[in-house]
Design a protein around this ligand. Sequence first.
Ligand SMILES: Nc1nc2c(c(=O)[nH]1)N[C@H]1C(S)=C(S)[C@@H](COP(=O)(O)O)O[C@H]1N2
Ligand SMILES: [Mo]
Length: 417
Amino acid sequence: MTSSIGGMDADLTDESVYERIRAGRLTRRGLLRLSAGAAGAVLAAPDRALAAPATGIVKPLPPELFVPHGTNAEMRWEAMRGRGYLTPADRFFVRNHVATPRVDARTWRLKLWGDGLHRSPTEERPVEFTYEDLLGMPAETLTAFIECTGNARGLYASQQGQQASGTPWGLGAVGVARWRGVRLATVLERAGLLREAVDLLPRGLDADYVDKGENLGRVRRPLPVAKALKDVLLAYEMNGAPLPPDHGHPVRLVVPSWVGIASIKWLGDIRVSTRPLYSPWNTRFYRLFGPDHPPEGGAPLTRTNVKSAFELPFDAVLAAGRTHLLTGRSWSGNGRVRSVAVSADGGATWHRARLHGPRPARGWVRWELPWRPHAPGRYELLARATDETGATQPATAPYNTFGYLFGAVVRHPVTVR
Ligand SMILES: Nc1nc2c(c(=O)[nH]1)N[C@H]1C(S)=C(S)[C@@H](COP(=O)(O)O)O[C@H]1N2
Ligand SMILES: [Mo]
């Protein structure tokens, strides 16, 4: 299995190239350069402009599966109806600060450096691991969701009349995959992790992020060593295939149960430090700001909250006098979802949904409930999950200026005819 992944690397490159030729986005000259891999790890900017569509996302984004949001793409929840437990890669949401870079696994290196490692390797002379090195280490699989911190942000406006800055996601900035790779703990240990190390700074290989004219450098978000050693994966596979370009090829972090920003894609290097580390991604962003929070923001966000989604489009049309099977999924960064209640009358009466299928601690749970609406009209469907810590979904989400962690019960409108 492990060696076949190494063998599949070239195939993956071919396939993604083929995909872009088919979509007419790549010239023959661009193709020759790509396959020669001449430029090294990342394509030069002119080639990237040729190779990638305007979104900077490589995979196709058919409108029946995705809602585009600039450089990002949201999964439509109806695309999960009748599907299995996992979110297939073709419909997994993409959150890119800039654009998907093309990274060649054959020349890629993971670099570790900093005073938290034995003999304090420097950024210029780091400890290095190749893709093959990682494939040769003990592999683990992990079924986990990745969810953007701003998932459901759009509901602050549509449901609570509050303006929040950032991508106005619906509920589709979440997905569950089966990730396979090496424990970050294994690599840290081999790199010579010191007991005094407290913080890591994993950094992506995508281009610098420019925020309103200010260059903030490459995407990097501090990660406490304690979390890194507990359950973080250096993933090279997603749902049994090599990690696709948009999801971090060749290697990404998967930081289960934590806000999506922690799961750095196209991982290039990790600084290891004996002192706490900071970047704009744990100071300026990904804290709660606003009237109810301190001026410097609350503590950096870690675990996500409880949420639920129906596998239906907003404003779905359903036939009156028939029984419909309402289906959906619920998940929480605190652990397993214990129960889900559904209301079809705007919250006046609640019914227990039937939970079914696997329920891993870091994934989601599927549920269903039959519903027979008698009279035509407008209805609001509500789903409210409670997790194993007793945390449940409130009627309203506490406001913060960036619109993070919208965990309120979503009022899902449908029409019965
Ligand atoms: N290098 C890098 N890593 C990144 C990002 C990015 O823009 N660059 N976006 C982060 C954010 S905000 C989220 S929500 C997740 C999204 O992962 P996905 O695109 O595979 O769904 O990746 C995270 N890792
Ligand atoms: Mo995110």
